[in-house]
Ligand binder design. Structure first.
Ligand code: IPE
Ligand code: IPE
Ligand code: MG
Length: 249
């Protein structure tokens, strides 16, 4: 049976987050420069986004460029920034056709002007779409986000906008760049690495983690469905016992 047929339609995760890793190794395996891996990776983004929209997933968050990735060789960083512009140009019609709304999280002020402008245009253009929310994490890291959130909360307290005691878990979530989004239900990481790499540390508190050896450019829609099927067979206990969950259901 195909993985798609095994997906339970009324248990689709609301939010799937993906650490898209392995582009460089894919290129190396094929005797190519790293950028070819990134270009091939864009094709996977297209396929997976389309599949997620069709499945009725509400949020798909893709880790596209981390704060730490700024430390890569300048030529790779520059080429990635140019690829982002090209990709947005090329993909905006598909986003519109699929009713996908583009969102971003991260420190966009660090992006080159032309890249930032292109994103802002696409954010605006897709802002009324009501299907999948495609969230690109760009110049993002969780520690950057948490640091920023703490500065904001401290400023609000200092300016008398709120009491320190009113900062509960919900308030912390609201200070994050993901305010208003449900926490990810499922995190997928490709390329056989078993780490989180500074991604959504607060939001992933109770996510189900799924690791695959497939390199991102080789990750296909079937692999995506397989990850969702695997997720649907997990028991999410949120600290409770299995017996409690049985009584509640
Ligand atoms: C992921 O692929 C894409 C980005 C981080 C921009 P990598 O470029 O990290 O690929 P590997 O890990 O070197 O194979
Ligand atoms: C994580 O991949 C960041 C993105 C996928 C954008 P990296 O390749 O940068 O992660 P590490 O450095 O191997 O942990
Ligand atoms: Mg990598």
């Amino acid at each position: 049976m195909q993985a798609l047929d095994q997906i339970i339609k009324d248990r689709i995760p609301a939010h799937v987050a993906i650490i898209m890793d392995g582009n460089g190794r894919w290129a190396k395996q094929h005797g190519l420069q790293r950028m070819f891996g990134h270009k091939q990776g864009v094709k996977t983004v297209h396929e997976i986004t389309t599949a997620a929209a069709k499945l009725g997933i509400q949020y798909l968050t893709l880790y596209a460029f981390s704060t730490e990735n700024w430390n890569r060789p300048k030529e790779e960083v520059d080429a990635l920034m140019a690829l982002l512009v090209e990709t947005i140009k090329q993909e905006t019609p598909t986003l519109m056709n699929n009713n996908v709304r583009l969102m971003t999280i991260g420190d966009l002020s660090r992006l080159p002007e032309v890249t930032r402008q292109k994103f802002e245009q696409c954010l605006e253009q897709t802002s009324h779409n009501t299907g999948l929310n495609l969230v690109l994490a760009l110049s993002y890291s969780s520690r950057w986000e948490i640091t920023h959130a703490m500065q904001q909360a401290a400023t609000d307290v200092a300016q008398g906008k709120r009491d320190a005691a009113s900062i509960d878990e919900q308030a912390v979530s609201d200070y994050m760049t993901t305010a208003g989004m449900p926490d990810p239900d499922l995190l997928i990481r490709t390329s056989g690495e078993y780490r989180i790499s500074n991604f959504l540390l607060w939001q992933l508190a109770y996510a189900e983690l799924y690791f695959t050896d497939k390199l991102w450019p080789d990750f296909c829609v079937e692999d995506f469905y397989a990850a969702i099927v695997d997720y649907q067979h997990r028991e999410r206990r949120f600290g409770k016992t299995s017996e409690q969950l049985e009584v509640e259901s």
